[in-house]
Design a protein around this ligand. Structure first.
Ligand SMILES: *Cc1c(COP(=O)(O)O)cnc(C)c1O
Length: 442
């Protein structure tokens, strides 16, 4: 049993998060419920920021908010002095609703629409991370029509791809994102942008993968980008002031995962950049990073109520919970692994392997193939850990299940930040055939 952040067991044998009894949470808000340990989010944010500060490097730590996008988490990000990555008009709209400081919003995406780009200009956001040539044309056009400037980064693919314990270097990158650093595309993008009167080219961006546990890949990526920065200075007397090395820092879902401390990734990046700037006498750029999963992943815990059980004699025992692939598609989508506990009976031995299944009509709707929890009984509160990233953000209404509620827990207090969908919410976009025919206004 591994406890994350502020998690403990109280005198009743209940799991607590942020000093709040999870059984009380389930009574107050119902299940499934995602509870966030906000102190843990703050601690992670501070660790990233402090490491840059200690190295004496100007930095922006941008929360890659596709991991979990909501007004309240954007407010916490703002309180912690983070910047914000958005990847769509919808996430940008959420940031506006949270009144996030516009100059610290960065806009990503490989197919931004003209309308989305216009919204970015309307809001005078801090930076657009340019991904492709059609986007260059659109950004220039909007800037020229409006006679308004916009800061941009060029997203490049550095030929380094990383995942968990290893990385590969590729000469030519086969990716839908960004300009290739080696085949001349990045140079062409640079030429189209660097001396444009309304474009403020800040520098380069790359993002090399996700759930990464080692630092070599970041070092190689930083080196590849720095080499290009030096080349652009030689050829065009242009100095990049920002080097954005993306996110992808790993977290501990199960005991097989051994992530590094946030500071280890940052220290590796800063040391490479400092060494190279010294070697080439290049002005030290600001370093930007974009953690998503590592800020919210292990801060989130999903609470489910156990329902029906099924024993396949000699094979396994199933316990079904009141959610599933609708609130966490990661196990079905890419065999993601999780740990669980029986949150209302933490002090009994957690030794019975059971399969925790969801309630959707898909055989693949299993949350954990082999969970070691207390022998589950109907009505138990099952906690699945580390569900703060890419779960609610990917939630669906499959089988017309309402999406869960989300609560923030901190300092023994809890606050609802996303309300549970109702059946009314589930049908709110439906237009009955008869109404449509009669042309009635809805
Ligand atoms: C998804 C993404 C991130 C965040 O990745 P994590 O693995 O959640 O840290 C950062 N930057 C970009 C450009 C991304 O697409």
């Amino acid at each position: 049993m591994h406890f994350y952040g502020t998690q403990t067991v109280n005198e009743k044998g209940h799991l607590t998060i942020g000093g709040v009894d999870t059984v009380d949470l389930a009574h107050s808000y119902g299940t499934p419920l995602i509870a966030y340990d906000i102190a843990l989010f703050r601690e992670r944010a501070k660790a990233f920021k402090e490491t840059f500060k200690n190295a004496g490097i100007q930095a922006q730590v941008a929360y890659a908010s596709k991991a979990f996008s909501s007004i309240a988490i954007y407010e916490v990000a703002q309180q912690e002095g983070l910047s914000l990555d958005v990847v769509s008009g919808g996430e940008l709209y959420t940031a506006i609703a949270a009144d996030f400081p516009r100059e610290r919003i960065h806009f990503h995406g490989n197919n931004k629409s003209y309308t989305e780009l216009q919204l970015a200009f309307d809001e005078k956001i801090g930076c657009i991370v340019i991904d492709n040539f059609s986007e260059i044309a659109m950004v220039k056009e909007i800037a020229e029509i409006r006679k308004e400037s916009m800061k941009v980064l060029i997203r490049v693919t550095p030929g380094v791809e990383a995942s968990t314990h290893n990385y590969i270097t590729t000469g030519q990158e086969d990716s839908k994102f960004g300009f290739d650093l080696k085949n001349g595309q990045a140079d062409e993008a640079f030429k189209q942008l660097y001396d444009h009167p309304y474009i403020g080219l800040l520098g380069m961006h790359c993002h090399i993968g996700s759930q990464i546990f080692e630092t070599d890949a970041f070092r190689l990526a930083a080196k590849a980008l720095m080499d290009k920065m030096v080349a652009w200075r030689e050829q065009h007397q242009f100095i990049c002031t920002v080097l954005n090395l993306g996110g992808g820092f790993g977290i501990r879902y199960t005991e097989e995962d051994e992530p590094l401390h946030p500071s280890a990734y940052v220290e590796e990046m800063t040391s490479v950049v400092l060494a190279m700037t010294r070697e080439f006498q290049y002005p030290i750029p600001e370093i930007w990073i974009e953690p998503g999963r590592s800020l919210v992943g292990d801060a989130g815990t999903t609470l489910y109520t156990a329902g029906s059980t099924k024993e396949v004699p000699g094979v396994r025992k199933y316990i079904a919970v009141d959610g599933g692939m609708t609130d966490n598609i990661r196990p079905a989508l890419y065999e993601a692994k999780y740990n669980a506990a029986t949150a209302n009976r933490m002090n009994v031995p957690h030794s019975d392997p059971v399969t925790i299944a969801g309630k959707c009509c898909e055989s693949g709707d299993k949350l954990i193939e082999e969970a070691f929890i207390a022998n589950p009984e109907e009505g138990d509160l099952i906690a699945i850990f580390c569900t703060g990233a890419y779960t609610y953000a990917m939630a669906s209404n499959y089988n017309r299940l309402p999406r869960p509620a989300i609560v923030f827990c901190e300092d023994s207090e809890h606050q609802l930040v996303v309300r549970r969908e109702t059946y009314e919410d589930v049908i709110r976009l439906d237009i009955p055939l008869q109404l449509a025919k009669r042309g009635e206004k809805i």
